[in-house]
Design a protein. Sequence first.
Length: 294
Amino acid sequence: MNSEGRIREMNGRIDLHTHSTISDGTYTPAELVRYGKKKGLRAIALTDHDRIDGIEEAQMVGEEVGVEVIPGVELSADFSKGAMHLLGLFIDRTSPSFLRRLAVFQAARRERNPKIVQRLQEMGFKITEEEVAAAAGGRPPGRPHFARVLMEKGYVHSITEAFERYIGDGKPAYVKKPQPSPEVCIALIHEANGIAVLAHPNTIHLTDRKLSALFERLVKAGLDGVEVYYSTHTPEETVRYERLADEWNLLKTGGSDFHGEHKPQIDLGVGKGNLRVSYALLDALRERRENKTA
Ligand SMILES: [Zn+2]
Ligand SMILES: [Zn+2]
């Protein structure tokens, strides 16, 4: 192990991008934190899509078992290409204006579901909203639940196949929901006292030159950080994003995007096996936040 590796190990490991049953993960917030403890993580950020109501439970269990829980959220931003997601870390989960905006986003997700069912029916699949709701087991139904029904009915072999062929972004049964601009997402995160981070830049699919232009735009809007370390980033992509983060004076974060059984190839804290995120990054985030609010 080189000296940098040793420092990372000394500081402990963290995971700043995770999903629970509150959005589209399969572990409850409590189970997620307990699993983090088992995996030897020192800190976890819970970053459910458009929802922050799992944070209290996660933090309670975190205190009990000795895992630091960072309150977070993941927002989807409107962008012409690929999927642009923004993470809000250190969110104030009691901010009334933020909770109101999240309720609007959740309603947009709910309104999308009947439209996806209709598309799939038009394509010849026998699928109903009730079946999707049953697959969600009382939680808000989302695309992984559509995928599960398609799999259970034998239309696809895996959740991944359902996304790749039918319901993933841009696929035939995909229905776009109205989304706020990246600028609005960043402003909302800041209003709730959070740190705004561009998630998994590899899903935006931009050339170097266009990605630089995007960074310029987002930095102007107040972006604080970029998710440099991520389960599906190649080593080359990681180097590219490290360089961009340095160039634009952005904080570096990292996380697995753990979803439990919905993404079985991605494990908490380690991604596909070789992800390591150092606690030192969290210290840097906290420092930036304290300087901002001071
Ligand atoms: Zn995402
Ligand atoms: Zn995510």
